[in-house]
Design a protein around this ligand. Structure first.
Ligand SMILES: NC(=O)c1ccc[n+]([C@@H]2O[C@H](COP(=O)([O-])OP(=O)(O)OC[C@H]3O[C@@H](n4cnc5c(N)ncnc54)[C@H](O)[C@@H]3O)[C@@H](O)[C@H]2O)c1
Length: 394
């Protein structure tokens, strides 16, 4: 990350408002830290909770002015749209069922939008947002934050550079253990929104982590999943929400893949792992040791790529802030997504051209493709694992 392309073209930082991410939310604090890291945003307003009083006090608690610590997200959007110094970018990190409402209204009012995944709970809602983004020309960034890691971007750049040859095989897994305990199968009354399919979406494991794994495979390979043969369900006895999904994948270039996601693997923390094999070699990356990409050529020993180490390609180089050997990880990767989106937003607002390398953050179309994939996995599983189309014309 060199310079500040937002200040260069606007002479100031972008004004950002956040919706969600109040007390108790893990990801809310990550969003706010990611927005601050490269100094491209100024946080000016927030509606942090669905409870009005809590929302106001939480906003003041993170340093917002009282009059811009709103009691409600829709109130924030209306009020900020009518202020001359109002927010320009809205970042949404609320439960899944509200993304469509808030993102849709934000786009209607002319805000650029950053939204957490999954984009929406239904494909119809997702396609509606795609339409609004296309009509308005506004920037829409979806925080599939794992695509911000320098070595994930290095893998993508190596694929684009032809270093792996033609991609033939993709194995992606996202394994966690947070729902492994059989004594804690499902909450009863007062159940968190994630456990309610109306609020959390049709499949808990697919919405929480399956969309990340699917997006990571698409991001690195540039391929689209055409067909899936899948099983999704609960492996923990008595559980009524999905805690695992597995699928065989057929990609649009004929490559084959496997997809394996679960939150019921006892003791596993956050093992998002991918291996991509082409005609010239394979690349492997694991989120729990994120600064190492292993590349094994067809006829040579395994090689490591590290951030800013030898062989770093430009997309990875622009995604690191410090010299080789100094680890960056989750927060910095999250910040890369925010910072790239900021560059695109500032360019749009100033009528200038962003660095093309800034335009690799996931967007509304990626989000819709992810929701289509969730739907195909569920449909295939319901059909006993039958091969099911997953391609979307968007
Ligand atoms: N990118 C990632 O890796 C990642 C990780 C975790 C969660 N998420 C996503 O972030 C979103 C939120 O998940 P979470 O784990 O933070 O949930 P959570 O339930 O822990 O927190 C949600 C927060 O939003 C607030 N909120 C709820 N409804 C609101 C509303 N209508 N207006 C304003 N604030 C509201 C709540 O008060 C709470 O502070 C989900 O879409 C989830 O998929 C993404």
């Amino acid at each position: 990350m060199n310079g500040n392309p937002v200040i260069e073209v606007l002479g100031r930082r972008l004004r950002l408002a956040v919706i969600g991410g109040g007390p108790g939310s893990f990801i809310g604090a990550m969003h706010r830290a990611a927005a601050r890291l490269d100094d491209r945003y100024e946080l000016v307003a927030g509606a942090l909770s669905s409870e009005p009083e809590r929302s106001r006090s939480a906003g003041v608690g993170i340093g917002l002015e009282a009059e811009r610590s709103y009691s409600d997200a829709l109130e924030l959007l209306d009020a900020e749209a009518s202020r001359p110094d109002g927010a320009e970018v809205i970042s949404i990190m609320t439960p899944n069922d509200s993304h469509h409402l808030y993102a849709g209204k934000a786009l209607d009012l002319g805000f650029d939008v950053i939204c957490d995944k999954p984009l929406t709970n239904t494909l119809e809602e997702a396609l509606d947002l795609v339409g609004k983004v296309r009509e308005s020309g506004l920037v829409f960034c979806l925080t599939h934050n794992y695509t911000g890691y320098p070595m994930v971007r290095q893998a993508k750049a190596m694929v684009e550079d032809g270093q792996l040859g033609v991609i033939r095989l993709v194995q992606v897994e996202y394994v966690q253990g947070g729902k492994a305990d059989e004594n804690d199968p499902d909450p009863g009354d007062g159940l968190p929104w994630r456990y309610d399919s109306v609020r959390g979406g049709p499949s808990l494991v697919m919405g929480d982590i399956g969309t990340h794994a699917h997006n990571l495979a698409r991001f690195i390979t540039g391929l689209e999943v055409e067909e899936v043969a899948a099983e999704v369900g609960a492996i923990v006895p008595g559980r009524v929400v999905d805690d695992y999904a597995a699928a065989m994948l057929r990609f649009d270039n004929g490559a084959r893949g496997t997809f394996w996601v679960t939150q019921a693997a006892a003791g596993v923390e956050n093992c998002l792992r991918i291996r991509v094999s082409g005609t010239k070699g394979s690349a492997e990356w694991n989120q729990e040791s994120p600064t190492r990409l292993v590349f094994t050529p067809l006829d040579g020993p395994a090689e490591s790529r590290t951030p800013n180490g030898p062989g770093t390609l430009p997309l990875a180089a622009r995604s690191t802030r410090i010299v080789a050997g100094h680890p960056e990880a989750f927060l910095e990767a999250f910040a890369n997504i925010y910072s790239d989106a900021a560059e695109a937003i500032a360019a749009r607002r100033s009528g200038t051209d962003p660095d093309p390398l800034a335009l690799h953050f996931p967007d509304v179309v990626d989000g819709a493709i992810g929701i289509g994939f969730v739907r195909s996995v569920i449909a295939s599983s319901a059909a006993g694992g039958a091969w099911t189309g997953a391609a979307l014309e968007i």
